[in-house]
Design a protein around this ligand. Structure first.
Ligand code: APR
Length: 239
């Protein structure tokens, strides 16, 4: 921990990549734990894809509705707050990139590059026609345009979909130019997000992984902090 604290103090530009683990202590199930209970029989790739939504719109809509509902009683934790406080103390020094769609970094006050969208926002499944925005969608599971039947869908990036270009380009630029990358609470199994860590490593940045469990990115780590994010981030990021 002390070595990592020193690296953070020395770092001119820090890139942080977070995953579901940073929200675990807020009570948000990690992505792969989110398939508990009713959803345990599904693989994420059976729910978080456009094909799955077109085939079973109500099932996919209900899974996201349940995750949205679970967010209602959830607050940012000490890890989210420590990252936001560091950004506020040192403007421009930390680029926070997240795979999370729970909005907790934003609620903690962080400026974030959200690579996978926003769980609590909808968008149209197909390119909207003028009729789609003429009046509110018809309520339903999922809601749809009363005229043409276009579905509303969660504004998250599904498997096989492109990430938002501006966010990804900014994240890649941060990975390329940082001298320290903190990787917090991600299994590192999903690309292109996980590729940012390879990019930082190849560009000569130090890589620190904060995760109580092993991850697919451990081979790139210059240091591992085998702690939970809400416990250790306040200690790592304090002055
Ligand atoms: N602190 C830090 N890390 C934690 C904590 C914690 N308190 N609790 C769990 N973790 C770690 C787990 O060990 C695991 O490595 O968080 C990681 C969560 O991994 P996933 O559930 O795979 O979530 P994530 O890595 O964010 O998934 C990436 O995959 O399915 C897509 O779009 C989805 O954004 C998601 C992406």
């Amino acid at each position: 921990m002390d070595v990592v604290r020193q690296w953070i103090r020395e770092a001119r530009a820090i890139a942080v990549l977070t995953g579901a683990g940073v929200s675990a202590e807020s009570g948000v199930p990690t992505f792969r734990d989110a398939l508990t209970g009713l959803w345990a029989r599904f693989d994420p790739r059976e729910l978080a894809t456009e094909d799955a939504f077109r085939a079973h719109p109500q099932r996919v809509w209900d899974w996201y509705a349940e995750r949205r509902q679970a967010l209602a009683g959830v607050e940012p934790n000490a890890g989210h707050r420590a990252l936001a406080a560091f950004q506020a103390r040192y403007p421009g020094r930390m680029t926070l990139i997240t795979q999370n769609v729970d909005g907790l970094h934003q609620r903690a006050g962080s400026t974030v590059l959200a690579l996978h969208g926003d769980l609590c926002t909808d968008c149209w499944l197909d390119d909207p026609k003028p009729c789609c925005n003429r009046r509110p969608p018809q309520p339903g599971r999922p809601p749809r345009c009363a005229t043409c039947g276009n579905w509303r869908r969660p504004a998250v990036v599904w498997f096989g979909e492109a990430l938002p270009e501006a966010e990804l380009m900014a994240a890649e630029a941060a990975a390329e130019s940082c001298d320290l990358m903190l990787v917090v609470g991600t299994s590192g199994e999903v690309y292109p997000a996980a590729g940012l860590v390879h990019q930082a490593h190849l560009a000569g940045s130090r890589v620190v992984i904060v995760n109580p469990e092993p991850s697919a990115l451990d081979g790139l780590a210059d240091a591992q902090v085998r702690e939970r994010a809400a416990q250790c981030l306040p200690l790592l990021l304090e002055d």
